[in-house]
Ligand binder design. Sequence first.
Ligand code: PRP
Ligand code: URA
Length: 209
Amino acid sequence: MSQLHVINHPMVQHKLTIMRNKETGSKDFRELLKEIALLMGYELTRDLPLEDIEIETPICKTVAKRISGRKLAIVPILRAGMGMVEGLLTLVPVAKVGHIGLYRDEETHNPVVYFCKLPEDINDRLVIVTDPMLATGGSACDALSMLNERGCNNIRLMCLVGAPEGIERVRREHPDVDIYLAAVDDHLNEAAYIVPGLGDAGDRIFGTK
Ligand code: PRP
Ligand code: URA
């Protein structure tokens, strides 16, 4: 069963509160999202395996640790997931980046695919899918299925705010995917927006409304 990790670190919670405030403009919103992605990435990578290697410091030879196992790939769900990439790349500069383009149909709330470009060796990597908003879960589930079709079997989903409906759906349809969130909100409204949420993440990042 997939694990749900809620990152309740005070720095994350404080920054998220500023993001939720409707008075916060795009510049601050983007910066905060980047900072939170880095902080959440720190928790998401907490259990990566280490191996011993022999190195030589200026003083002597010694055995030290380095990360072993699978290399990483970051896959943002466009557009809003892009806002979390830079923060994660600060943490893991050598990660490859793929892109999955999905938008929610305004009437049906179902996701529509318009773009997919992934690293060739994505199936050999630990994949971190990013999207600040997990509402109905439709976009995340479609993105995860697209990655499964490409042979990915080691995926983590990193969002900022999740609704119970979306969390439940991802856990049901993708029980092998761990979910990382900064907050579990109350419910979805009739337009399938997260309540209290933070509004339309893509529009707030890119200033399109
Ligand atoms: C938003 C958000 C998620 C999706 C969440 O994207 O960034 O991708 O909705 O909703 P769901 O869980 O109900 O699928 P949107 O479709 O607004 O596109 P955008 O990021 O380009 O603004
Ligand atoms: N997409 C958003 O950007 N916000 C929501 O609350 C739901 C979907």
